[in-house]
Design a binder for this molecule. Sequence first.
Ligand SMILES: [Cu+2]
Length: 172
Amino acid sequence: MKITLFTSVLFIGVTILVSCNSENNKQDVSKEKPVEISETRKNGFENDTIKVILNSNDKMRFDKARIVVREHSTIVLTLNHTGTMPVTAMGHNFVLLAKGTSISKFANDAFEADKNQYIPSNQKNNIIAYTDLIGGGETSTITFQAPEKGVYDFICSFPGHYSIMKGKFVVE
Ligand SMILES: [Cu+2]
């Protein structure tokens, strides 16, 4: 008697389980949608343009410690120098470094590159993008493609500035 009851319960249980599964399968099929290809995608890149304004000043500061952009977007970055000091005393630039670049090593090499706006030629492979070196009242705008997803460092490579003038460039 006990065995019969157990078998019945088991049978009912299995029946419920099977019917639930078939319900789920039906729902899954009805939820399927055709794959849509966005018209903004061309050659694998989205044509989104992101404008970034980065200000710098006579107090040796950027106004942003973190810049967040989307993968595959085109970045139009404008660096402003809102101060009045000349480029020789308080020059600023924006240098976006490739992953794995040693900031201190880069800055040391940049120190030697006074003839080249403090952009060290031996570190070209470690630079994703950079602006002109500017003084008070000046502006430099650059356009570049966002690198692959990840977190990158940006600095001002003017001698002595990188320890304060640095931030994270995040590609999501
Ligand atoms: Cu600077």
